[in-house]
Design a protein around this ligand. Structure first.
Ligand SMILES: Nc1ncnc2c1ncn2[C@@H]1O[C@H](COP(=O)(O)OP(=O)(O)O)[C@@H](O)[C@H]1O
Ligand SMILES: O=c1ccn([C@@H]2O[C@H](COP(=O)(O)OP(=O)(O)O)[C@@H](O)[C@H]2O)c(=O)[nH]1
Length: 240
Protein backbone atom coordinates (compact mmCIF):
# COMPACT_ATOMS: atom_id res chain seq x y z
CA UNK A 1 0.00 0.00 0.00
CA UNK A 2 1.38 3.44 -0.83
CA UNK A 3 1.68 5.87 2.04
CA UNK A 4 -0.52 8.94 1.62
CA UNK A 5 1.68 12.02 1.67
CA UNK A 6 0.61 15.37 3.12
CA UNK A 7 -0.20 18.05 0.56
CA UNK A 8 2.12 20.56 2.23
CA UNK A 9 5.60 20.42 3.71
CA UNK A 10 5.44 23.67 5.68
CA UNK A 11 2.32 25.50 6.84
CA UNK A 12 1.51 28.74 8.59
CA UNK A 13 -1.49 28.18 10.82
CA UNK A 14 -3.40 31.27 11.94
CA UNK A 15 -5.36 30.64 15.12
CA UNK A 16 -7.59 33.42 16.32
CA UNK A 17 -7.51 34.24 20.00
CA UNK A 18 -11.13 33.26 20.09
CA UNK A 19 -10.09 29.78 19.03
CA UNK A 20 -8.68 29.34 22.54
CA UNK A 21 -11.81 30.65 24.20
CA UNK A 22 -14.14 27.72 23.51
CA UNK A 23 -17.61 28.52 24.76
CA UNK A 24 -16.31 30.91 27.40
CA UNK A 25 -16.85 34.67 27.13
CA UNK A 26 -13.13 35.48 27.18
CA UNK A 27 -9.74 34.07 28.13
CA UNK A 28 -8.32 30.61 27.58
CA UNK A 29 -10.39 27.46 27.88
CA UNK A 30 -8.19 24.53 28.90
CA UNK A 31 -10.12 21.79 27.09
CA UNK A 32 -10.29 23.89 23.92
CA UNK A 33 -6.58 24.65 23.82
CA UNK A 34 -5.78 20.97 24.47
CA UNK A 35 -8.00 19.89 21.60
CA UNK A 36 -6.41 22.47 19.27
CA UNK A 37 -2.95 21.27 20.21
CA UNK A 38 -3.89 17.61 19.72
CA UNK A 39 -4.86 18.49 16.15
CA UNK A 40 -1.49 20.17 15.65
CA UNK A 41 0.20 17.03 17.03
CA UNK A 42 -1.57 14.94 14.35
CA UNK A 43 -0.29 17.22 11.60
CA UNK A 44 3.22 17.27 13.01
CA UNK A 45 3.20 13.44 13.12
CA UNK A 46 2.72 13.21 9.36
CA UNK A 47 5.91 15.24 8.93
CA UNK A 48 4.54 18.71 8.24
CA UNK A 49 6.51 21.68 9.58
CA UNK A 50 4.14 23.88 11.56
CA UNK A 51 4.40 27.58 12.34
CA UNK A 52 1.57 29.28 14.19
CA UNK A 53 0.45 32.89 14.39
CA UNK A 54 -1.82 33.34 17.36
CA UNK A 55 -4.36 36.15 17.77
CA UNK A 56 -5.35 37.97 20.92
CA UNK A 57 -9.01 38.79 20.49
CA UNK A 58 -10.00 36.54 23.42
CA UNK A 59 -8.10 38.84 25.75
CA UNK A 60 -7.97 42.24 24.09
CA UNK A 61 -8.97 43.81 20.81
CA UNK A 62 -7.30 47.12 20.00
CA UNK A 63 -10.10 48.45 17.87
CA UNK A 64 -12.51 48.07 20.78
CA UNK A 65 -10.15 49.99 23.07
CA UNK A 66 -9.83 52.66 20.40
CA UNK A 67 -13.56 53.03 20.05
CA UNK A 68 -13.87 53.37 23.84
CA UNK A 69 -11.66 56.47 23.78
CA UNK A 70 -8.25 54.90 24.28
CA UNK A 71 -5.43 55.91 21.98
CA UNK A 72 -5.55 53.37 19.14
CA UNK A 73 -1.82 52.65 19.01
CA UNK A 74 -1.71 52.09 22.79
CA UNK A 75 -4.70 49.77 22.56
CA UNK A 76 -3.01 47.89 19.73
CA UNK A 77 0.12 47.37 21.81
CA UNK A 78 -2.11 45.89 24.51
CA UNK A 79 -3.58 43.62 21.85
CA UNK A 80 -0.11 42.50 20.83
CA UNK A 81 0.77 41.73 24.46
CA UNK A 82 -2.42 39.65 24.64
CA UNK A 83 -1.11 37.51 21.78
CA UNK A 84 2.08 36.91 23.79
CA UNK A 85 0.00 35.50 26.65
CA UNK A 86 -1.85 33.23 24.25
CA UNK A 87 1.43 32.13 22.66
CA UNK A 88 2.82 31.16 26.06
CA UNK A 89 -0.31 29.16 26.90
CA UNK A 90 -0.25 27.47 23.50
CA UNK A 91 3.43 26.56 23.71
CA UNK A 92 2.93 25.21 27.22
CA UNK A 93 0.05 23.02 26.03
CA UNK A 94 2.20 21.85 23.09
CA UNK A 95 5.07 20.88 25.34
CA UNK A 96 2.66 18.91 27.55
CA UNK A 97 1.53 16.96 24.52
CA UNK A 98 5.05 16.06 23.45
CA UNK A 99 5.77 18.74 20.86
CA UNK A 100 8.73 21.07 21.18
CA UNK A 101 7.47 24.62 20.84
CA UNK A 102 9.36 27.88 20.52
CA UNK A 103 7.70 31.26 20.97
CA UNK A 104 9.15 34.19 19.01
CA UNK A 105 7.92 37.70 19.60
CA UNK A 106 7.81 40.59 17.16
CA UNK A 107 8.30 43.02 20.04
CA UNK A 108 11.30 42.95 22.38
CA UNK A 109 10.35 41.18 25.63
CA UNK A 110 13.44 39.01 26.09
CA UNK A 111 12.88 37.98 29.68
CA UNK A 112 9.65 36.32 28.60
CA UNK A 113 10.19 34.99 25.08
CA UNK A 114 12.91 35.14 22.45
CA UNK A 115 12.73 37.74 19.71
CA UNK A 116 11.70 36.87 16.18
CA UNK A 117 14.81 36.16 14.13
CA UNK A 118 13.97 34.70 10.75
CA UNK A 119 16.94 32.30 10.30
CA UNK A 120 16.37 30.99 13.80
CA UNK A 121 12.70 30.35 13.05
CA UNK A 122 13.69 28.48 9.88
CA UNK A 123 16.19 26.42 11.87
CA UNK A 124 13.54 25.44 14.44
CA UNK A 125 11.13 24.40 11.70
CA UNK A 126 13.80 22.25 10.03
CA UNK A 127 14.39 20.61 13.41
CA UNK A 128 10.72 19.71 13.65
CA UNK A 129 9.91 22.23 16.37
CA UNK A 130 6.67 24.17 16.27
CA UNK A 131 7.25 27.92 16.12
CA UNK A 132 4.61 30.17 17.64
CA UNK A 133 4.84 33.74 16.41
CA UNK A 134 3.65 36.23 19.02
CA UNK A 135 2.94 39.98 19.01
CA UNK A 136 1.61 40.01 15.46
CA UNK A 137 3.67 42.15 13.10
CA UNK A 138 4.98 44.23 16.02
CA UNK A 139 3.20 47.29 14.68
CA UNK A 140 -0.06 48.96 15.66
CA UNK A 141 -2.80 49.31 13.04
CA UNK A 142 -2.19 45.77 11.81
CA UNK A 143 -3.87 42.47 12.60
CA UNK A 144 -2.64 38.98 13.31
CA UNK A 145 -4.13 37.95 9.96
CA UNK A 146 -1.62 40.28 8.33
CA UNK A 147 1.09 38.85 10.61
CA UNK A 148 0.12 35.38 9.32
CA UNK A 149 0.50 36.55 5.71
CA UNK A 150 3.83 38.23 6.52
CA UNK A 151 5.39 35.37 8.46
CA UNK A 152 3.95 32.84 6.01
CA UNK A 153 5.75 34.62 3.17
CA UNK A 154 8.96 35.04 5.19
CA UNK A 155 9.31 31.38 6.13
CA UNK A 156 8.30 30.11 2.70
CA UNK A 157 5.12 28.40 3.90
CA UNK A 158 3.19 26.77 1.07
CA UNK A 159 -0.13 27.91 2.45
CA UNK A 160 -1.67 30.07 5.17
CA UNK A 161 -4.34 28.12 7.00
CA UNK A 162 -6.83 30.38 8.70
CA UNK A 163 -8.71 28.41 11.33
CA UNK A 164 -11.79 30.36 12.35
CA UNK A 165 -15.36 30.18 13.60
CA UNK A 166 -16.89 29.77 10.14
CA UNK A 167 -16.15 26.87 7.79
CA UNK A 168 -14.99 28.94 4.84
CA UNK A 169 -15.47 32.13 2.88
CA UNK A 170 -19.07 33.01 2.12
CA UNK A 171 -20.71 35.39 -0.34
CA UNK A 172 -21.57 37.54 2.72
CA UNK A 173 -20.97 37.26 6.47
CA UNK A 174 -22.82 34.01 7.30
CA UNK A 175 -23.32 35.16 10.91
CA UNK A 176 -25.43 38.02 9.60
CA UNK A 177 -26.84 36.75 6.32
CA UNK A 178 -28.38 33.23 6.49
CA UNK A 179 -28.73 33.13 2.69
CA UNK A 180 -24.96 33.45 2.19
CA UNK A 181 -23.34 30.53 0.36
CA UNK A 182 -19.84 29.16 0.72
CA UNK A 183 -17.16 29.25 -1.97
CA UNK A 184 -15.00 26.17 -2.44
CA UNK A 185 -12.38 28.40 -4.04
CA UNK A 186 -12.06 32.00 -5.14
CA UNK A 187 -9.39 34.36 -6.45
CA UNK A 188 -7.75 37.03 -4.30
CA UNK A 189 -9.01 39.77 -6.62
CA UNK A 190 -12.57 38.62 -6.06
CA UNK A 191 -12.15 38.38 -2.28
CA UNK A 192 -10.69 41.90 -2.18
CA UNK A 193 -13.07 43.34 -4.77
CA UNK A 194 -16.14 42.02 -2.99
CA UNK A 195 -14.82 43.25 0.33
CA UNK A 196 -15.40 39.84 1.93
CA UNK A 197 -14.87 40.47 5.63
CA UNK A 198 -13.26 37.17 6.52
CA UNK A 199 -9.75 38.67 6.45
CA UNK A 200 -8.51 42.23 6.20
CA UNK A 201 -7.49 43.62 2.84
CA UNK A 202 -3.85 44.06 3.89
CA UNK A 203 -3.52 40.34 4.59
CA UNK A 204 -5.24 39.41 1.34
CA UNK A 205 -3.11 41.85 -0.69
CA UNK A 206 0.15 40.57 0.78
CA UNK A 207 -0.75 36.94 0.05
CA UNK A 208 -1.91 37.87 -3.44
CA UNK A 209 1.37 39.65 -4.23
CA UNK A 210 3.43 36.76 -2.88
CA UNK A 211 1.20 34.14 -4.54
CA UNK A 212 0.69 32.54 -1.15
CA UNK A 213 -2.66 30.73 -1.04
CA UNK A 214 -4.93 30.93 2.00
CA UNK A 215 -7.29 28.22 3.12
CA UNK A 216 -10.07 29.24 5.48
CA UNK A 217 -11.58 26.40 7.48
CA UNK A 218 -13.48 25.67 10.69
CA UNK A 219 -11.72 25.54 13.98
CA UNK A 220 -14.63 23.80 15.67
CA UNK A 221 -14.83 20.88 13.27
CA UNK A 222 -12.77 18.02 14.70
CA UNK A 223 -10.07 16.69 12.37
CA UNK A 224 -10.44 19.54 9.86
CA UNK A 225 -6.81 20.64 10.19
CA UNK A 226 -5.46 17.20 9.34
CA UNK A 227 -7.85 16.89 6.40
CA UNK A 228 -6.68 20.25 5.07
CA UNK A 229 -3.05 19.22 5.38
CA UNK A 230 -3.72 15.93 3.63
CA UNK A 231 -5.16 17.87 0.71
CA UNK A 232 -8.78 16.91 1.25
CA UNK A 233 -11.56 19.25 0.28
CA UNK A 234 -12.20 21.38 3.35
CA UNK A 235 -13.20 25.03 3.73
CA UNK A 236 -12.36 27.60 1.05
CA UNK A 237 -9.16 28.10 -0.92
CA UNK A 238 -8.29 31.70 -1.78
CA UNK A 239 -5.75 31.66 -4.59
CA UNK A 240 -3.84 33.92 -6.99
N1 LIG B 1 -17.69 36.70 3.43
C1 LIG B 1 -17.49 36.12 4.62
N2 LIG B 1 -17.30 34.78 4.70
C2 LIG B 1 -17.08 34.19 5.89
N3 LIG B 1 -17.03 34.86 7.06
C3 LIG B 1 -17.21 36.19 7.05
C4 LIG B 1 -17.44 36.88 5.83
N4 LIG B 1 -17.56 38.21 6.12
C5 LIG B 1 -17.42 38.34 7.44
N5 LIG B 1 -17.20 37.13 8.02
C6 LIG B 1 -17.00 36.96 9.46
O1 LIG B 1 -15.62 36.86 9.68
C7 LIG B 1 -15.43 36.16 10.88
C8 LIG B 1 -14.02 35.63 10.92
O2 LIG B 1 -13.17 36.74 10.95
P1 LIG B 1 -12.45 37.20 12.28
O3 LIG B 1 -13.45 37.39 13.37
O4 LIG B 1 -11.49 38.27 11.95
O5 LIG B 1 -11.69 35.88 12.52
P2 LIG B 1 -10.66 35.50 13.56
O6 LIG B 1 -11.10 36.13 14.87
O7 LIG B 1 -10.83 34.02 13.49
O8 LIG B 1 -9.36 36.01 13.04
C9 LIG B 1 -16.46 35.06 10.86
O9 LIG B 1 -16.86 34.72 12.14
C10 LIG B 1 -17.61 35.68 10.05
O10 LIG B 1 -18.69 36.04 10.88
O1 LIG C 1 0.37 43.21 13.98
C1 LIG C 1 -0.50 43.37 14.85
C2 LIG C 1 -1.30 42.32 15.34
C3 LIG C 1 -2.23 42.56 16.33
N1 LIG C 1 -2.39 43.82 16.83
C4 LIG C 1 -3.34 44.07 17.93
O2 LIG C 1 -3.64 42.88 18.59
C5 LIG C 1 -5.05 42.66 18.64
C6 LIG C 1 -5.35 41.18 18.61
O3 LIG C 1 -5.11 40.65 17.33
P1 LIG C 1 -6.30 40.14 16.39
O4 LIG C 1 -7.48 41.02 16.57
O5 LIG C 1 -5.75 39.99 15.02
O6 LIG C 1 -6.56 38.73 17.04
P2 LIG C 1 -7.64 37.60 16.66
O7 LIG C 1 -8.84 38.26 16.04
O8 LIG C 1 -6.97 36.70 15.69
O9 LIG C 1 -7.91 36.93 17.95
C7 LIG C 1 -5.58 43.44 17.48
O10 LIG C 1 -6.91 43.81 17.66
C8 LIG C 1 -4.66 44.65 17.49
O11 LIG C 1 -5.08 45.56 18.48
C9 LIG C 1 -1.63 44.88 16.33
O12 LIG C 1 -1.77 46.00 16.76
N2 LIG C 1 -0.69 44.61 15.37
Amino acid sequence: MTQVQPAHKRILLKLSGEALMGDDQFGINRATIERMVSEIVEVSKVGVQVAVVIGGGNIFRGVAGGSAGMDRATADYMGMLATVMNALALADAMDKQGLTARVMSAIGIEQVVEPYVRPKALQYLEEGKVVVFAAGTGNPFFTTDTAAALRGAEIGAEVVLKATKVDGVYTADPMKDPTATRYTKLAFDEAIGRNLGIMDATAFALCRDQKLPIRVFSIVKPGALLRVVMGEDEGTLVHA
